[in-house]
Design a protein around this ligand. Structure first.
Ligand code: GN1
Ligand code: MG
Length: 371
């Protein structure tokens, strides 16, 4: 179905002016639609949900419903009480003309529309220390906003999504069962080196899950994907204004969020860099992010939580590299690609970043201890 026709399935007033691809997501297809009437303009986000990744779209839409209702109410109370120094935004689901949260097209694909966050930008790389600090404040505030939403109200959309040992098992299975995986692995020195990199960290992969099992850490609601371009910055004030891409919100360890935000913010080269010498973990950006995060997180982080913050940064970076590498070996069936070697290069970048984190372990631990 044509995109403009698809837009017409949703309850939006005005005339469609344009519709164009937007964002740089690796999973869903995202478009920005602009509607106008005589006096006003409305901008909305249309998305085709990736059915391979999210086989139960009704689950993510029900979660989104509960989450946005909870957060909208809390934000309004916060604004009324004058307890906030910024205007926070949270997308709203736009219903179909028949009152549903999403539309199923003739091929069975799922489409949904949400409101666009006004006058704000999601950058693919950290711009400077102020930007990093705002990202920290947004994630901390987000964790606070969802801290009193009952985790049982949210159904895990992707069970095991951030359980690193599961990805190790998936990697092993790919090597064993996918006939071309071995060939892809042996096609280059680079890929073989990456396999060795993974082997050397096999024992480390269970660090956070083991701590959870021992009762040192506990499950809370996490965002699941708080990378730099899922945090929106107000174009006028420069302050963080929203957390987007809410499909992976689920009960989990907030450590994965903390680590994921840092691995993306502290690597100003971004996830697609070809020149590995540019990929480094920037300590100044790390310090700035942590300061912003702690403004909110000081209230809910326990001693044990703090103990695992360094491991979280290292682990999530390793995990994402492993996921990209496993997908490359499997024939790039999960992450969208524009070139055949793209997932291999994405893995190289994350592994290089992981090495950079390991090389700075002492400095990072000192920085975290001083918070
Ligand atoms: C995917 O679709 P996108 O770009 O928001 C992935 C995340 C990764 C990220 C890396 C559901 O997110 O886990 O960290 O790519 N999301 C899913 O860029 O797998
Ligand atoms: Mg995402």
């Amino acid at each position: 179905m044509e995109l403009s026709l698809m837009m017409r399935q949703f309850e939006i007033s005005g005339r469609l002016v344009t519709i164009n691809p937007t964002g740089s997501g690796n999973v869903n297809d995202t478009f920005l639609g602009i509607f106008r009437n005589t006096f006003a303009e409305e901008q909305v986000i249309l998305q085709r949900v990736n059915r391979k990744v999210f086989p139960q779209p009704e689950v993510i839409m029900r979660n989104l419903h509960r989450l946005t209702a909870h957060v909208h109410a809390k934000l309004e109370a916060e604004a009324e009480a004058g307890r906030t120094d910024r205007v926070w935004q949270m997308p709203r689901i736009v219903k179909t003309r028949t009152g549903e949260d999403y539309f199923v097209d003739e091929t069975g694909d799922i489409w949904r529309v949400i409101t666009k966050i006004a006058s704000a930008t999601a950058y693919d790389e950290a711009q400077n220390a102020e930007h990093a600090a705002e990202c920290g404040a947004v994630l901390g505030h987000f964790h606070w906003l969802v801290s009193d939403l009952d985790p049982a109200d949210i159904i895990d959309p992707l069970p095991g999504f951030h359980i690193t040992p599961n990805y190790m098992a998936q990697y092993d299975a790919t090597l064993q069962n996918e006939p071309l995986a071995e060939k892809r692995l042996n096609a280059s020195m680079e890929a073989r080196r990456m396999a060795k990199f993974i082997e050397d960290r096999r024992g480390f992969a269970g660090t956070l899950q083991d701590a959870l099992q021992r009762g040192e850490l506990s499950l809370r609601l996490m965002h699941g994907d708080p990378k730099v371009n899922n945090i929106m910055i107000d174009d006028f004030t420069g302050k963080g204004t929203a957390m987007i891409d809410l499909d992976t919100v689920s009960p989990g360890l907030i450590h994965y969020d903390f680590g994921d935000a840092l691995r993306s913010i502290c690597n100003p080269a971004g996830e697609e860099e070809q020149n590995l010498s540019k990929v480094v973990f920037d300590l100044d950006l790390c310090a700035a992010f942590c300061k912003g995060y702690m403004k909110h997180a000081r209230a809910f982080l326990t001693e044990a939580d703090r103990h695992y913050l360094y491991d979280a940064i290292r682990l999530i970076t390793f995990e994402l590299g492993l996921r990209f590498f496993q997908d490359y070996l499997a024939g790039s069936v999960y992450f969208k690609i524009r070139q055949p070697e793209q997932n291999l290069n994405r893995a190289r970048v994350q592994f290089r970043l992981c090495e950079s984190i390991e090389a700075r372990e002492r400095a990072i631990r000192e920085l975290l201890a001083a918070l």
